[in-house]
Design a protein around this ligand. Sequence first.
Ligand SMILES: NC(=O)c1ccc[n+]([C@@H]2O[C@H](COP(=O)([O-])OP(=O)(O)OC[C@H]3O[C@@H](n4cnc5c(N)ncnc54)[C@H](OP(=O)(O)O)[C@@H]3O)[C@@H](O)[C@H]2O)c1
Length: 325
Amino acid sequence: MRAIHVSDPGRDYSLTLVEEPRPAPLHGQVLIQVAAAGLNNADLLQARGLYPPPPGASKLLGLEVSGTVAALGEGVFGFAAGDGVCALLAGGGYADYALADAGSVLPVPAGVDLIEAAGLPEGLFTAWTNIVDTGRLQTGETLLVHGGTSGIGSLAIQMFAARGNRVFTTAGSDEKCDAARGLGAARAINYRTEDFVAAVKDETGGKGVDVILDMVGGDYIQRNIDAAAIGGRIVNIAYQDGFKAQVNFTPVLTKRLTLAATTLRARSQSEKQAIRDALAAQVWPLVGTRIKPVIAAGFPLEQAQKAHQFMAKGGHIGKILLKTA
Ligand SMILES: NC(=O)c1ccc[n+]([C@@H]2O[C@H](COP(=O)([O-])OP(=O)(O)OC[C@H]3O[C@@H](n4cnc5c(N)ncnc54)[C@H](OP(=O)(O)O)[C@@H]3O)[C@@H](O)[C@H]2O)c1
């Protein structure tokens, strides 16, 4: 099969197409003939040598795919050869075939194109577990999603707007804010021209926001604390603007806030399966109607390098895909 290898991992890495043996599914695994793989910022970090795959994971890039079931390992039930599926992976998506643990696989629902389904797993798993499991977002509460047109943000807005929460978001241009409103954001804040703390206070009658999903860090650490309501929960999934900040923790104490941060990739298979099961029960009925993948661009597998350069430029709205055909 064809696969993408990283040559010279580091700042000037290159991605090259190679031939390698097709993997065989072990107990509990599904072999997927890949239609498309979704790009994630983690792939760029891994190629730069900054985010090694967890023990036991494929060394190939690629944390999510869609495609058809090619073969089942022992002990896998509920899927059959030829089924259209999408899956969260710990690695291995940039190839013609990929292995997924059965507990991270979901069917491609009606209303979603098989290729575009590659843009669903990483965003939905990440947004769900951070906002619901860690952030404990309740019915009627407000949510602020930073980076509303990112792969993660574009799905988080749709998912929680569809579930009835008022969702506020930040993005770096008016065009991106328009797109975020189109996805269901009650207010989209251009962070280059507007202060998100003042904007969410304005939207909530001064109360502040109940849950914040942040991927920015840096000076947002303090500003999130200032924007949070009493009892608010702030969950970081990245610190793009820096892991270090000088913070006044007084409002954390007085507003009884919870600060948290998590990663998804290194979690155990049983934790990922629990997220998959929650998505299947509570979100999948909305996928294809209220929640759709937002696709910024698709590149052929052999143009993985070009796709990474496109992502690194940062103008995209939604997911970038690598297509095998
Ligand atoms: N912890 C986990 O388990 C986990 C899982 C998946 C992803 N992540 C992280 O989540 C982030 C998004 O991933 P992705 O693959 O969706 O990447 P992506 O599409 O490249 O998104 C990056 C986003 O960050 C936004 N951003 C940058 N600076 C900002 C600022 N000052 N204010 C508001 N937004 C800002 C960008 O918005 P503009 O373009 O509008 O500036 C862009 O939407 C990445 O940092 C990734 O590493 C973490």
